[in-house]
Ligand binder design. Structure first.
Ligand SMILES: *[C@@H]1O[C@H](CO)[C@@H](O)[C@H](O)[C@H]1NC(C)=O
Ligand SMILES: *[C@@H]1O[C@H](CO)[C@@H](O)[C@H](O)[C@H]1NC(C)=O
Ligand SMILES: *[C@@H]1O[C@H](CO)[C@@H](O)[C@H](O)[C@H]1NC(C)=O
Length: 348
């Protein structure tokens, strides 16, 4: 019983020096939503994001681009932004004409919603990926193969097939789309990485608590569900693990996670739960690794739940030393005085 108590604080000390979560890819994405009410009325909304940060919005009556970050105008001259607005406006007009034509020809019905996700992704190794995908009423519909310069239908309804055939005839727009995705998008993303460094590198530390949830229904083997709630962190990538007696619990049926969910203030939260067997005498802790923690981890042991700052890692190690020293002294005393200790009295 004493052994896990002695070993666990040492494990915390060692784990507190774990490597930081590596940086991921960065994406510049234009999200466009078009609601076709009928042949003569529709609503169009456009929003651009770098990662999860909103950078531009578009008023689609005039296709005027609005800048939502102080650095969002970088990379292009005012004249080039205007040209981009013109290109988008022309493209949008063509797209609306095409949709109305296809709907009429195929006897499809209003209202319907088209969502498009268009952009590029820059990987840490310097390579990039480009994408342009559209969905109709939430279902994948058509996408653009940037390298081959062809539109590909994502399902075999006539709406997708006919749109594909119409779009593939328009070589001018295809060449323009390839240029915008491969060159403009990637250059803009690189320039945002440079000028928006401060906003993009924002770091918010996670706060974590561990608590026990109501036991699952009778008949299930695990009577206690430990929950680790981690919230308030930014950026999104995070690692949350459960430790049993200082050892990471491997993937399996005992673990469950909510996945990473957004908070209203552009931070994130996650819940991870561990099903725990009855009275097995194990110790448990939730370990959180995040880039804001400067290469250390948060460790929240079950039973002493409290948001621990990483600055306390040294404190944990010193505390562990103190506990170990006291335990060793007690152990020696117990061994020396063992013969003198009277047998424990039975309790009433
Ligand atoms: C088209 O939809 C709009 C918005 O729902 C509506 O105001 C308008 O009357 C409709 N027009 C026709 C021709 O149905
Ligand atoms: C670069 O990184 C991406 C994403 O991590 C990967 O898919 C791609 O294969 C890598 N390319 C090279 C040349 O290493
Ligand atoms: C995991 O958690 C979700 C809710 O967060 C729940 O709906 C689901 O049933 C859980 N899965 C297991 C295997 O416990």
């Amino acid at each position: 019983m004493l052994l896990p108590l002695l070993l666990l604080p040492w494990a915390w000390g060692a784990l507190a020096a774990s490597p930081p979560v590596p940086p991921g890819s960065l994406t510049l994405r234009l999200l466009k939503t078009t609601v076709f009410h009928n042949a003569s009325s529709r609503n169009v909304e456009g929003l651009a994001l770098v990662g999860d940060l909103e950078t531009h919005s578009m008023n689609c009556r005039t296709c005027e681009i609005r800048f939502l970050q102080p650095w969002a105008q970088q990379g292009l001259t005012p004249k080039q932004w205007q040209d981009l607005e013109t290109v988008l406006h022309d493209y949008l007009s063509k797209f609306i004409l095409l949709m109305n034509k296809v709907v009429k020809a195929e006897d499809e019905h209003y209202p319907f919603v088209i969502q498009a996700s268009i952009g590029c992704e820059l990987h840490p190794n310097g390579t990039s990926r480009h994408f342009c995908d559209a969905a109709v009423n939430g279902e994948d519909f058509i996408s653009f193969n940037v390298d081959e310069g062809t539109w590909v239908a994502q399902h075999w309804r006539k709406l997708a097939l006919n749109s594909r055939d119409f779009l593939n005839q328009d070589k001018g727009t295809i060449a323009m789309a390839q240029f915008l995705l491969r060159t403009t998008c990637v250059n803009e993303l690189k320039s945002f990485v440079q000028y928006g460094k401060e906003s993009l590198a924002r770091q918010e530390r996670p706060v974590a608590v561990v608590f026990a949830r109501a036991p699952p229904p009778a008949g299930t083997p695990a009577p206690v569900l430990l929950v680790c709630r981690v919230t308030g962190f930014y950026p999104r990538p995070v690692r949350v693990a459960w430790l049993q007696d200082g050892e990471e619990v491997g993937p399996g049926g005992r673990l469950n996670s909510s996945g990473i969910l957004p908070n209203a203030d552009l931070t994130y939260q996650l819940r991870s739960s561990l099903a725990v067997g009855p009275g097995a005498g194990h110790s448990y802790a939730c370990r959180v690794q995040h880039s804001s923690l400067g290469g250390r981890s948060l460790l929240i042991p079950w039973g002493h739940s409290r948001p621990w700052g990483p600055g306390l890692a040294v404190g944990i190690t010193l505390g562990a030393l103190a506990v170990a020293a006291v335990a060793v002294v007690l152990w020696w005393r117990m061994r020396r005085g063992h013969q003198d200790v009277p047998p424990e009295e039975p309790r009433a």
